[in-house]
Design a protein around this ligand. Sequence first.
Ligand code: SF4
Length: 365
Amino acid sequence: MKIRLELQDRARYPFLKEAHEIIADRGITLQTITTQSLAETYRDAAVSRIQNAALVRDARSWTDSSDPFLDIVSYALARVLVSCIRNKNGIGLLARYEADRALYFLQVIEEREDVKKYIYQELGMPFSRTDIEYTRYIELASTLHDDRYRLVNRDLWNGRVALLSDEQDLLLRERIRMLVMDQLPLQIPESVCTKLQPAVSEVESIISERLTVEYGEVEAQRFPPCITALHEAAAEGKYLSHSGRFALTTFLHTIGMDQTEIISLFSRAGDFNLDMTTYQVDHIISHGDGGYTTPSCATMKTHGICIGKNSHCETIRHPLNYYRKQKKTGKTNRSQADPRTTAGSAENQTTRGAAKDDTSGSADK
Ligand code: SF4
């Protein structure tokens, strides 16, 4: 199906190849974008886009831009900026924002049925159907942690999974989010990132501030029981298994503790070696696009470091979700821990973990 997309259409759905084409048609490349007469305008628009992506807002609304071309360039350059900082959180924020934005245009603003149909087709999503092919469903629902999205809880018929209308929207948004995520980070030459340095620094601050808003100050009393046990063991200089150190480091890094503080925490161990610890912590927090992911509860359990599980653990599948929930409700794991389910001390528990990193643990949701 081939249709004519106007400039405004391309600005609404900038992940389409047609949006990229218009940038190339106007002679803008990675090498020239920093030297164009409008370079500053482009950079400001891209930073502003990331700033919007970092805003904590439950319900966003968008309108068409008065300058659709600038809108398209801001999308392209925002991808470049988050790629320069290679930060997983920044990429995740941008992908979620773009998915929310495109879905809003499709549902609320878009009047042309042929455009809607084309977008669905380009995304490989069923249009005007209340079911989806099951392999596609598995792929898209893999990041949704609610039990209702597990395949065993779905109506499956002739290889297709039935969907309610809110579920169709959710999967469409997931599809767009994954599309944007999968393309990032871009391979950007160091020279380009250097030229964009002021904007790159601005984006780093935006993301760091956003993390502080999301997780607030580090509050050890709101850690999940497993992390409390590991944290206390480290603070007392006790031995931590490799998987225990890995889980603790990824967790603390994600909630905003800096590298020096993490290394300092491990410094109380009798066999502490500054160079070795710095290397290990740096490896964990700098891996890929912003560090390794904190292991899920299932992985923690497999490694024998799901320690002190309490009743509130029943409602989450990830230690970071536990922490987030506790921050929101203002409760602590100590006040909620059920002593009957608290399984032993950190000292004997933390020595059990297998020496295997979890680099494939489920994304924190
Ligand atoms: S269930 Fe999850 S959050 Fe709770 S103690 Fe185990 S690993 Fe930690």
